[in-house]
Design a protein around this ligand. Structure first.
Ligand SMILES: *[C@@H]1O[C@H](CO)[C@@H](O)[C@H](O)[C@H]1NC(C)=O
Ligand SMILES: *[C@@H]1O[C@H](CO)[C@@H](O)[C@H](O)[C@H]1NC(C)=O
Ligand SMILES: *[C@@H]1O[C@H](CO)[C@@H](O)[C@H](O)[C@H]1NC(C)=O
Ligand SMILES: *[C@@H]1O[C@H](CO)[C@@H](O)[C@H](O)[C@H]1NC(C)=O
Ligand SMILES: *[C@@H]1O[C@H](CO)[C@@H](O)[C@H](O)[C@H]1NC(C)=O
Ligand SMILES: *[C@@H]1O[C@H](CO)[C@@H](O)[C@H](O)[C@H]1NC(C)=O
Ligand SMILES: *[C@@H]1O[C@H](CO)[C@@H](O)[C@H](O)[C@H]1NC(C)=O
Ligand SMILES: *[C@@H]1O[C@H](CO)[C@@H](O)[C@H](O)[C@H]1NC(C)=O
Ligand SMILES: *[C@@H]1O[C@H](CO)[C@@H](O)[C@H](O)[C@H]1NC(C)=O
Ligand SMILES: *[C@@H]1O[C@H](CO)[C@@H](O)[C@H](O)[C@H]1NC(C)=O
Ligand SMILES: CC(=O)N[C@H]1CO[C@H](CO)[C@@H](O)[C@@H]1O
Length: 411
């Protein structure tokens, strides 16, 4: 009786020990389901699990934590990956080039180090019942997902969601994004981050709508390019490092009611075909970089703007009255090296090097001069002729050269 118990205890100890050994491998490559079954006694697997291209399905039973990575790459025959008890992947959950994978079943998974999913064209939904609430770095590209239901993060470093052509809805409880959010080239996606307070860098391209009601700071740049919305509002945004609103063909209305400061990357509003009035910046006082405005606009009003530390380049294909910018310039409010305002009927072009020098107290900068002549199609305005440094030019330099040199260098 005692001997029997003793032997059982030994047997249990030796099984536990064997389990511990296999559980502490730094990496296992599973070429068949039986290789995964070997690990079913491990509550925690200490290393990486790599699913080989020979697998057609994979089920990871028993394991609650994978300390390392879970990887499946370049497998053209796997249809399903599931892990009924898995809660945590400490490293990277990497899935790339899995052409017929259609089932990802991770009902208890809640925490992942990094999500890196690229080219999963048959993955149209996630069976993540509990839902992932912790992940610092997410890349999801080229999947068939229509929503990110099952992934709802409160903080993230990087969120890069691109080329998911059926993705029409992204909603997350994000409060801060410490490095980058880039939502580009998906389906016509409605993006909603109702709790997002700040983001280091934000890019939205090809999206249907953006809802960020409490966003107050974008530290670096905020890019809105090629989107489908006809109206855009950032109701609580006070500070942005740079703001670029380009080629949103349907856009008629923008609203940044609390925006007071734009940083060194400046402001660009370009080629938004239907944006005939550039308004919506009632409180913008300071731009620490350049301003570039291009397109079919007749008005551009910045009632509080007093200081632009970079250049100002305005190019309208319509009748546009440069006078408010001319007076900002003549009052010394434009500190960059160049000021140009060109419209269908008006061109004002000023090299400000000397002015900037005078204002900053520096020496040695030379004043750039234009050709000094007016062509038939461009009439020099006289509103800012009071400035002693004003040089009127119609052909002295091209806007594109200025853009390339002055603006894109900064962005
Ligand atoms: C396996 O890892 C666990 C936890 O890290 C540790 O307690 C145990 O001693 C390790 N066992 C072996 C055989 O390395
Ligand atoms: C799983 O166990 C079998 C039998 O013990 C062994 O042959 C195989 O190598 C193991 N697989 C792995 C990945 O360790
Ligand atoms: C997938 O396979 C291609 C071609 O065989 C190879 O170039 C690529 O590095 C592989 N990718 C991964 C992630 O293993
Ligand atoms: C995401 O999480 C937030 C809380 O962080 C919650 O309010 C929201 O309902 C969740 N959204 C979804 C779609 O589960
Ligand atoms: C911001 O994101 C854009 C692309 O989304 C990138 O090109 C740029 O380098 C980022 N800027 C910073 C300051 O991180
Ligand atoms: C970005 O802005 C937020 C909010 O003001 C601030 O808490 C954070 O430290 C800033 N991050 C960087 C890298 O500047
Ligand atoms: C503009 O700024 C002023 C002063 O900071 C503030 O009182 C006002 O409420 C702001 N306007 C809006 C629309 O936020
Ligand atoms: C705006 O359109 C003009 C004329 O087509 C082009 O030269 C310029 O590069 C465009 N700007 C941007 C930012 O796309
Ligand atoms: C200005 O509008 C015309 C048509 O009205 C369009 O062809 C042109 O592309 C527009 N220019 C810009 C920069 O959007
Ligand atoms: C746009 O400009 C025209 C002509 O300068 C002016 O009559 C009109 O009031 C302006 N509209 C806005 C919204 O500023
Ligand atoms: C609805 C709409 O007009 N969307 C346009 C936004 O801008 C891009 C190009 O800049 C167009 O391709 C879209 O059609």
């Amino acid at each position: 009786m005692f001997q029997k118990l003793f032997l059982s205890a030994l047997a249990i100890a030796s099984i536990a020990n064997a389990a511990t050994n296999v559980c502490n491998e730094t990496s296992i490559t599973a070429t068949a389901q039986s290789d995964l079954d070997n690990l079913s006694g491990c509550t925690t697997f200490g290393g990486d699990i790599i699913l080989a291209p020979t697998l057609t399905t994979a089920t990871i039973t028993g394991i609650q934590t994978i300390s390392g990575n879970l990887v499946c790459n370049n497998n053209t025959q796997i249809t399903s990956i599931s892990a009924p008890s898995l809660r945590t992947i400490g490293g990277t959950f990497q899935l790339t080039q899995l052409t017929i994978l259609n089932t990802l079943s991770f009902p208890r998974l809640s925490s992942i180090g990094v999500i890196d999913w690229v080219t999963l064209p048959a993955v149209s939904g996630l069976s993540f019942t509990t839902g992932v609430t912790s992940c610092q770095d997410v890349t999801i590209s080229d999947t068939d997902l229509s929503s990110l239901t099952g992934i709802n993060l409160t903080t993230v470093s990087k969120l890069d969601i691109n080329n998911n052509v059926n993705l029409n809805d992204i909603e997350m409880g994000l409060t801060e994004a410490t490095y980058q959010v880039d939502i580009s080239f998906n389906g016509k996606t409605a993006v909603s981050f109702p709790y997002l307070q700040w983001a280091y860098n934000l890019t939205f391209q090809d999206v249907l709508s953006v809802n960020t009601p409490v966003l107050s700071v974008v530290n670096a740049s905020y890019l809105l390019i090629n989107n489908v919305f006809n109206s855009f509002s950032a109701p609580n945004l006070t500070t942005v490092g740079g703001l670029s609103i380009d080629e949103n063909m349907s856009l008629t209305n923008i609203s940044f009611p609390k925006l007071t400061t734009i940083g060194g990357s400046g402001l660009q509003v370009s080629n938004n075909t239907k944006l005939t009035t550039i308004a919506g910046f009632p409180n913008l006082t300071t731009v620490n970089g350049a301003i570039v405005l291009e397109g079919n606009f007749t008005n551009a009003t910045f009632p509080s703007l007093t200081l632009v530390r970079g250049a100002v380049n305005i190019d309208s294909d319509e009748d546009f009255d440069c006078s408010s910018f001319n007076s900002l310039n003549s009052q010394g409010g434009i500190r960059g090296n160049d000021y140009k305002c060109a419209a269908a009927s008006t061109t004002t072009s000023v090299a400000l090097s000397a002015t900037a020098t005078a204002l900053s107290g520096a020496t040695g900068a030379s004043m750039t001069t234009g050709s000094g002549t007016s062509s038939a199609s461009s009439v020099a305005t006289s509103k800012s002729a009071a400035s002693p440094n004003l040089v009127v030019s119609s052909t002295g330099f091209t806007l594109s050269a200025l853009l390339a040199a002055v603006f894109f260098g900064i962005f």
